[in-house]
Design a protein around this ligand. Structure first.
Ligand SMILES: [Ca+2]
Length: 540
């Protein structure tokens, strides 16, 4: 009696179909055995399933909204919008496609910085990295300014939620986040015991007698790319199956192979999220659980991770909130993972602190004509001590401006990334078209401003900043950027603070190589002094 859609990942089992049928006996058949009637309708519905062009969800608008819903946040590593539901024809992600079909998919979703710790701290605190202090990797000692500042986990915990995390936290200090339940606390890039993520979650779902918040952080698709683990995917793609990612702008057998391996990681991620969502359903708590899925930043593939390009900061974001979201909704508003904390606090019926940088997504999720933001901001500082090159960005519905705070200097992140590939890559870049070649040159030694038309040039190959006809756009966006930096107390507006931070990072270099042991960071102290000056926070 089981029929599963391979397109949507939805499960049309008899118990789920029965849920769709009205509980009250229709008056006209009161003399009949109601159970028989219910079964007959169920069989009819099942027979109709293959004819339906839209997915049938058990979580449609007829489901009541839970007053304090459970919250499940699923975070993947190092992947952009390379999913089937975002239009990628090569990657296989049936589960996430199904989740999008049951909820809301955000076309223009961003993280505030394209790094693991920076992105996670931002969604957990609702603040930009320059506001919370997690501007670099936790594994390189970078940390939040103040453990006591509000965060999502503590707010939910104090409101009576049971809080859990499966996978790494990757934010300093970990003690800022009161988790009642922690399992698989490492990054697990070796991909060991992948089935245990869903098993641990199952135990958590079952044990939770009050509303829960669970974050599940998967290791895919972080490097090292691994084509197959424990037989997943069953048939890995190879370089002969796929073209390179569009934003690379390059083609070689090695880049095709890297892209295929990345897609294999995405397929495995999708498979594991499928196991997790099955456990949620089998726990009986699916209808009371708001599910969020996002990628922590773009792929580690040339013009992605550790950059402010679209390949780095633009991510998949899907939200399924039973009884609240309409199945199959796609939204194009400019949204940020900074919006998650206010959204989730509001969903839990809690007060949203005024200090947060983002806004609740509720009106967008509800498809109301909201007065939504016109400008969205992101930033970059560094990843490890290897690649300090601060940037600030703003985009509107069409144009994007990147401001490089150390203009006309060599960006150390360029060679750091290029060296992660194969020896012959610089030769491939030299042989590329003038347009692509100039984009790589500009990435290596950026000017003060880079301006891109995201409609005409979605992967940012042509810098319009020097062109007369775009002067007004540049002025408008740079003005917005300045205003936002002032409003959010950007410490790097102060040249002395910027120099002090740079000096701290560069002081750990020994014979040209950064040494983690030699890194001493005092920026949380001198940056937070700057932040003590109260200013309005709602910059967007
Ligand atoms: Ca990551």
């Amino acid at each position: 009696m089981k029929k599963k859609s391979t397109e949507t990942g939805l499960d049309y089992t008899l118990p789920n179909i029965l849920f769709l049928i009205p509980l009250r006996t229709p008056p006209v058949i009161q003399n009949y055995d109601y159970r028989k009637w219910q079964l007959a309708v169920a069989l009819l519905l099942i027979s109709l399933v293959p004819m339906l062009s839209c997915p049938v969800s058990t979580l449609g608008a007829e489901t009541a909204v839970a007053t304090q819903p459970n919250i499940l946040v699923i975070v993947s590593e190092d992947n952009g919008q390379e999913l089937g539901c975002y239009g990628n024809k090569h990657v296989k992600t049936p589960v996430l496609n199904g989740l999008a079909a049951e909820g809301v998919r955000f076309h223009n979703a961003y993280v505030p910085q394209a790094g693991c710790s920076q992105s996670r701290a931002a969604y957990l605190t609702g603040l930009y990295p320059h506001q919370n202090g997690q501007i670099g990797l936790a594994t390189w000692k970078f940390r939040m300014y103040d453990e006591a500042q509000p965060n999502l986990v503590r707010s939910l915990h104090e409101a009576g939620y049971r809080t859990g995390i499966i996978g790494k936290i990757h934010v300093n200090p970990k003690t800022a986040f009161p988790f009642d339940f922690k399992q698989i606390t490492t990054s697990n890039f070796a991909r060991k015991n992948l089935k245990s993520y869903a098993k641990e979650a199952s135990a958590f779902f079952t044990e939770s007698s009050k509303p829960f918040f669970l974050a599940v952080n998967y290791p895919d698709a972080h490097r090292p790319f691994t084509d197959q683990v424990a037989g997943i995917p069953a048939k890995p793609l190879t370089g002969s199956d796929v073209p390179p990612l569009d934003y690379m702008g390059l083609d070689s057998p090695q880049l095709r192979a890297e892209t295929a391996s990345y897609y294999n990681c995405m397929n495995r991620l999708d498979h594991l999220i499928g196991d997790l969502l099955t456990q949620l359903r089998e726990s009986g708590k699916e209808k009371d659980t708001l599910v969020v899925y996002f990628g922590d930043h773009g792929a580690d593939l040339l013009r992605g991770k550790r950059t402010s390009y679209e390949g780095g900061i633009r991510v998949p974001l899907i939200i399924r909130w039973p009884g609240f979201t309409q199945p199959g909704t796609v939204r194009s508003e400019l949204v940020s993972t900074l919006d998650l904390m206010p959204t989730l606090l509001e969903a839990a019926g809690l007060v949203v602190p005024d200090s947060l940088a983002g806004r609740s997504l509720k009106p967008v999720l509800k498809q109301e004509q909201a007065d939504w933001r016109e400008y969205l901001y992101t930033e970059y500082h560094l990843h490890s001590a290897h690649n300090f090159f601060p940037q600030r960005t703003v985009r509107d519905s069409r144009y994007k401006l990147i401001q490089n705070l150390q203009p006309d200097e060599i960006n150390p992140g360029y060679s750091f990334t290029i060296k992660r590939f194969y020896n012959g890559l610089p030769e491939v870049i030299r042989a590329a078209s003038p347009r692509v070649k100039s984009a790589y040159r500009l990435m290596e030694k950026p000017p003060q401003f880079e301006l891109y038309d995201l409609i005409e040039d979605p992967w940012e190959f042509e810098n319009l900043a020097g062109q007369q006809q775009h002067l007004e756009t540049l002025k408008r966006l740079s003005g917005k950027l300045e205003q936002w930096r002032q409003q959010t107390n950007d410490p790097l507006l102060d040249p002395e603070l910027a120099t002090r931070l740079r000096s701290e990072v560069e002081a750990c270099f020994v014979n040209g190589t950064p040494e983690k042991g030699a890194l001493e960071l005092n920026y949380p102290n001198f940056f937070s002094e700057k932040l003590r000056t109260p200013t309005p926070q709602h910059a967007n």
